[in-house]
Design a binder for this molecule. Structure first.
Ligand code: ADP
Ligand code: MG
Length: 271
């Protein structure tokens, strides 16, 4: 497959939505795990001060001596912060709580929107996919992710307010394209925490499909208790219980991502 973007051929995907609790981190961890299971080399960069992606992959706080804070603020080489996870072929750049202050510290730094892009560009290791797990905001850290990325993958929770706030996200993408990263595309929209007993889930799903067309993955991630249990063991649900519905859905999502990589679709929302 021909991969767009970075010179080493890897694809950088920002997993972003300014809403919290919509499944960004869960999608980052489990899509990454499923891609690694498909023999891809994958890196997750955790840029949320909460550090849920790091914790969910069993990276002990004590092991996070160098974190995304040091990479973004102090320009430490990303390799120094990179840790292997329990999943073969999946590495993690963990975050630390210092990142909570980075938003303000960034304001006065040069190339403040491009610090993460610069770090990824200087990275000597090759990855097929770099997934950036974003914080629930559209401030400078998320902006760094959108400037570093080839594309954005948007998880949307199947709930009443799912579409609220999306126009702000789309305007932000447009602004990033105009000012910083003209090549930024929408990788896809994935519906999460779908509950088949809830009619609202279906209404939301069809609304989102009407709005985003074939940018919405066919795969829908069901609400599944195994998915929510796995992080407390510090392992992806695919390792915790590979046969549960949540795991199967993330395997399907990964194969859809890989399949779509080979047959790019028309852009939605491109000027
Ligand atoms: P975000 O990173 O967008 O804040 P998370 O991925 O952390 O969202 O998910 C929010 C909460 O919902 C977490 O407790 C997570 O375990 C849970 N969760 C996410 N996806 C599912 C799912 N498919 N089924 C059940 N619980 C889920
Ligand atoms: Mg998160």
């Amino acid at each position: 497959a021909q991969l767009a973007g970075h010179s080493d051929g890897g694809r950088v995907i920002a997993i972003a939505n300014q809403k919290g609790g919509v499944g960004k981190t869960t999608t980052a961890i489990n899509l990454a795990t499923a891609l690694a299971a498909c023999d891809k080399k994958v890196l997750i960069i955790d840029i949320d001060a909460q550090g849920n992606a790091s914790t969910g992959l069993g990276i002990d706080r004590k092991a996070r001596t160098v974190s995304t804070y040091d990479v973004i603020i102090d320009r430490k080489p990303i390799e120094e912060a990179t840790i292997s996870s329990v999943v073969p072929r999946l590495d993690v750049v963990p975050s630390s709580i210092d990142l909570a202050g980075a938003e303000i510290e960034l304001i006065d730094l040069d190339r403040r929107e491009f610090r993460l892009k610069d770090a990824i560009r200087r990275m000597s290791r090759h990855y097929d996919y770099v997934l950036i797990d974003c914080p629930p905001s559209l401030q400078l850290l998320t902006l760094n992710a959108l400037c570093a990325a080839d594309s954005i993958l948007v998880p949307l929770q199947c709930e009443f307010y799912a579409l609220e706030g999306l126009s702000l996200l789309m305007r932000t993408i447009e602004r990033v394209r105009k000012a910083f990263n003209p090549a930024l595309t929408i990788q896809g929209v994935v519906l999460t925490m779908y509950d088949k007993r809830n009619n609202l889930s279906d209404m939301v799903a069809s609304d989102v499909r009407e709005h985003f067309g074939d940018k919405v993955y066919e795969t829908v991630i069901p609400r599944n208790v195994r998915v929510s249990e796995a992080p407390s063991y510090g392992i992806p649900v695919l390792v915790y219980d590979m046969h549960c519905r949540g795991s199967k859905a993330y395997i399907n999502l990964a194969s859809e991502v890989l399949r779509r990589e080979q047959t790019p679709m028309a852009e939605v929302g491109t000027a």
